[in-house]
Design a protein around this ligand. Sequence first.
Ligand code: MRU
Length: 366
Amino acid sequence: MKVDIEELKSKIKPRLRPIIWRDEDNTLILLDQRKLPFEESYVELRDPVSTADAIRQMIVRGAPAIGITAAYGMVLTIAHGSISSLDEALKELARARDVLNAARPTAQNLFWATERIYRRAEDAVHNGRAKSIKELLEELKAEAKAVFDEEFEAELKMGIYGLEKISDGDAILTQCNAGGLATGTGIGTATAPIRVAHALGIRVSVIAPETRPWLQGARLTVYELMMDNIPVTLIADTAVGYVMYKGMVNSVMVGADRILRDGHVYNKIGTFKEAVIAHELNIPFYAIAPSSTFDLKSRVEDVKIEERDPDEVRKIRGVPITLDNVPVYNPVFDVTPPKYVTALITEKGIIYPPFEKNVPKVLGVQ
Ligand code: MRU
């Protein structure tokens, strides 16, 4: 089906705005995702340290949304500081980059975004485009806005490419929340083809596992899809295998926090299990992510899987469900080896195996 991107923009109008930049007073405003789906409240940020903290506490989460937030976190470094020279500004930006990068270890978009803003600052200063802090601030605001705008555009493109993998009546299993809340744009990665299909009148439904321990599926995916009238059914994480075995799933579509050159996909814990079962049952498994999620330098042994507070497992939303001293292991991402991945869907096209050869080729990099 031929789809025009401009026409799509008029059809897809997500209500959610998880990341807002208020230009008048240089303030970053985040929808507090810890409180969803019961309360829509916002947090205002004016410095990189609080921005890193917001990422760490998961007020904002999801790889592309973390990237956009970190980009604006860099902007905040010079928007409110008492920086007196361009040299000092670059030093402060390098410091902010370290602070933001330390917030969470797995999502590639975080490192990609802080580096991009830092490079723009360096370029603007060294090539004389920014002759004052004010001019530098304008440069960096434009770059952070470009990070957001490019992500929005990329998601529409991924939605159009992914449409090829959806037939009328399909039920799609996802994991976590890889929707508009996770990207900051209101569209999403895994949900992009689903939103595009829905907007074009193709019947499509979603099966959302609850995604313990943080319950992104139950709290966020359900919330944003129901808000936009996209049919969704919530299942317990433990029901994934049975639901697939029963023939209730036509394909699996997930987002990614990082994708390596050889096709290893890092995503929310539980993704690997879905991929293995899908492989066994001949159900296609797609990871959908923008090129900013790809890490072409690292190998599996280099990537850190985040481990979070044991209390996230001992409790559900603050309520204890076990003994408070039980030892807990709480890795919040897993890695799916390439043999289980049918294809990677990016804004530059669909990438099929062998990934080692096709990832750089489709992304247009070495
Ligand atoms: O821990 P989170 O909520 O930040 O994890 C998010 C995910 O794992 C998403 O699936 C991933 O970032 C892709 S988001 C479009």
